[in-house]
Design a protein around this ligand. Structure first.
Ligand SMILES: Nc1ncnc2c1ncn2[C@@H]1O[C@H](COP(=O)(O)OP(=O)(O)OP(=O)(O)O)[C@@H](O)[C@H]1O
Ligand SMILES: [Mg+2]
Length: 671
């Protein structure tokens, strides 16, 4: 209540009416009874307060709903239902499939092999693809054994609560051993468990300490620009009122002095008044009260009512209803309409927002030759249409039926046993983070973290390099009908600074190989000098692919000797066990081995624009709204997509590129 009143007095008009009310309580100046002001003022206050209260109430309701959600917590050796708000750090929680994660958890064990579990992080980062988390081998063997879980007495030492969603560093001390923890073992609040029967986790952060809550700022009482405009208008009107009061008061003084003085016998001054100047002073306040109706008190009420009406219009708008998912527009605050009208900039993500995030393998360049285009009998490049005959993958019982490819020469090269082509697809089937699941015999399902990788692994699968399964130590691939199990020696994981990922595997006959895929810009810098010619050829192809709006990745490999690998593995382990700036040490170790690689080729994957993007962007730019899009794609690809959704147009002949690696550099260029 008092807070709400304070907020309301922020409005100049409300403060003004209050002072008016106080003035009216002084009998010498008051000409109207006090309730003529207090009644409308109370009305305004109540209506606004009720509106604010309902706004708040909705928010509270959803808060309460979240707080009272049930979680299964291990208490006194038994699983008991407990409200989310009572979950404390150190509790062990059981999660079921398709439920929200209640707090930031350290994954202990799960129903899936190797302690894997899949989560959807849409509420945290808007990405709809599944992410994989894996429990430490020592804890994953606890399984669903309630007794052993209840006895779990590991101690976690970790960083203080923070809002970084993709980083976590900590150490688990258990049974006289220490185990390093990172984001791989964390299930964050707000995620949903998917494709995992159940899992157990220990609460690390709960309630306001969770990363989700650390990211949400305090809700503020927002004042829109209409509010501000009204406040200034009211101030001007008030100034006008004061001027009127002054003029009339001066008039009163003059009259009292020149005319009133002669009639003092009939019109006495009341007791307090003893001079014409003082009479004028009192008259000034009286006029302020009498003329107060020039300040529009009803303005605020009208605006509130209009806002409410507008918000219902948005709720009812049929054009903002999405029938496929049965989602109408939903207004959470009545000031939304004005705020929408003030939008000047839109910041958007590219993949998944502007594009569909459904990736299909379209083309590739292997050892300096491109595949994926279709030529007619005369040897001319033709468009792919319904009549084009797709490659027949029926020789491969595990092929994905939905995958279509039209260039027959690629499958011929594979069948002829071109070693580079084989190596290319071997790389695609080995170097990724996809998980596989074999439901019934012959039915292979891939769980992908990144749809790009999904597209590449599926392509390799259809071309006869079928990724079958993985364990933390091995990867099994069916290569042209022959099962081969590779020892997985190391995964040099992807991040957006490295822009590449590698795996180091050992073939059954003992060879150690590094396979790397990543952005061409970073990969080309790390190639062996003998690759120069191939590199130029491939980069021409890459440019061609990017010009068509395809997302590209370059692929390379390297043969390693056993000694070299062993030597490097020591560096890796050292980096892994460093507690502070572990990531930097790891990056340096990775850098050490990812050099002098041999180029294999490049892939091109298509991600179509979402429906209606072009129209939406057109209407947004009509409204003079500036759009910023964030992407990690190759520059040519991004520009091409910019053109195809009409964000960039030919009339913009001054597209300029700001290139810089540090804040300073970019600032300098922008000048
Ligand atoms: N799984 C991967 N393995 C190897 N390299 C990758 C992988 N994913 C992306 N890259 C490379 O790293 C670059 C940056 O990727 P990043 O994921 O940071 O972009 P992004 O922000 O996801 O962009 P977008 O939203 O457009 O997909 C990409 O251009 C690509 O060349
Ligand atoms: Mg990406």
């Amino acid at each position: 209540m008092p807070v709400n009143l304070f907020e309301q007095f922020q409005r100049v008009a409300n403060a003004y009416f209050l002072s008016l009310l106080i003035l009216q309580l002084i009998p010498e100046i008051s000409s109207l009874s006090w309730f003529t002001t207090i009644v409308p003022l109370m009305m305004v206050f109540t209506i606004t307060a009720v509106k604010d209260a309902t706004d708040d109430c909705f928010r509270h309701k959803s808060d309460n709903q979240v707080n009272n959600r049930q979680a299964e917590v291990l208490i006194d050796g038994r699983l008991q239902n407990e409200k989310w708000m009572n979950v404390r750090p150190g509790d062990i929680i059981k999660l079921e499939n398709n439920t929200f994660v209640a707090a930031d958890l350290l994954l202990l064990s799960s129903s899936e092999p190797h302690g894997l579990s899949y989560i959807e992080t849409a509420e945290l980062d808007g990405e709809t693809n599944l992410k994989v988390r894996q429990a430490l081998p020592v804890t994953s063997e606890l399984g669903a054994d309630i007794r052993r879980l209840a006895e779990f007495d590991g101690v976690v030492v970790c960083e203080p609560p923070n809002n970084k969603l993709d980083k976590f560093t900590g150490v688990l001390f258990w049974k006289d051993n220490r185990y390093l923890l990172n984001n791989e073992q964390m299930l964050l609040r707000g995620c949903v468990l998917r494709n995992t029967g159940w899992c157990f986790g220990m609460v690390i952060f709960a309630g306001p300490d969770t990363k989700l809550m650390q990211n949400s700022g305090r809700t503020k009482f927002k004042r829109t620009s209409i509010d501000r405009l009204m406040n200034t208008l009211v101030l001007w009107i008030f100034g006008f009122l004061v001027c009127m009061g002054i003029i009339l008061a001066i008039g009163n003084s003059i009259w009292e002095q020149q005319v009133g003085a002669h009639f003092r016998i009939y019109l006495y001054w009341s007791e307090v008044v003893n001079s014409s100047v003082f009479s004028g002073f009192l008259t000034f306040w009286s006029y302020i009260i009498v003329l107060n109706s020039v300040v529009p008190i009803s303005l605020y009420v009208s605006v509130e009512v209009i806002r409410l009406g507008h918000s219902y219009f948005i709720n009812w708008d049929r054009k903002m209803y999405y029938p496929k998912k049965d989602i109408p527009a939903e207004v959470r605050t009545t000031t939304l309409n004005e705020e929408l009208g003030q939008v000047e900039y839109i910041f958007s993500d590219k993949t998944g927002t502007i594009t569909q995030n459904i990736m299909t393998f379209k083309k590739c360049s292997i050892n300096g030759k491109t595949y994926g285009d279709v030529y007619n009998d005369l040897g001319w490049k033709t468009e792919i249409n319904e009549k084009t005959v797709p490659v027949d993958f029926s020789f491969n019982p595990l092929a994905d039926r939905k995958f279509q490819f039209y260039d027959h020469s690629l499958i011929e090269s594979i069948k002829l046993g071109d070693s580079m082509v084989h190596e290319f697809f071997r790389l695609l089937s080995l170097c990724h983070t996809v998980m596989s699941e074999e439901k019934n015999a012959g039915e292979l399902i891939y769980q992908v973290q990144s749809p790009d990788e999904g597209a590449l692994v599926t392509a390799a699968r259809n071309f006869g390099f079928i990724f079958k399964s993985r364990t933390p130590e091995t990867i099994t691939v069916e290569e042209m009908g022959k099962l081969v199990t590779y020892q997985l020696l190391a995964i040099l994981d992807f991040n957006n600074i490295r822009k590449r990922m590698s795996v180091i595997v050992q073939t059954p006959d003992g060879q150690i190989k590094l396979y790397c895929k990543g952005a061409d810009t970073v990969l080309f810098e790390r190639l062996h000098p003998s690759n120069e010619e191939l590199m130029y050829l491939t980069s021409d192809h890459l440019e061609e692919f990017a010009g068509e709006g395809l997302r590209t990745l370059a692929l390379a490999y390297k043969n390693l000797t056993e000694e070299h690998f062993k030597e490097w593995f020591k560096i890796l382990q050292e980096a892994n066990s460093s507690l502070d700036s572990r990531n930097e040490h790891l990056a340096a170790a990775y850098e050490e081995i990812e050099k002098d690689m041999m180029l294999l080729g490049a892939t091109a994957v298509e991600d179509k624009l979402q429906e209606g993007v072009t129209e939406t962007i057109a209407s947004l730019s009509l409204a003079n709204i500036k759009i910023w899009v964030l992407t990690g794609d190759k520059q040519e690809t991004s520009m091409n997509i910019g053109y195809s959704c009409h964000m960039l147009t030919d009339t913009m002949n001054e597209i300029f590129i700001v290139a810089g690696h540090t804040v300073m550099e970019v600032r300098e260029k922008l000048r």
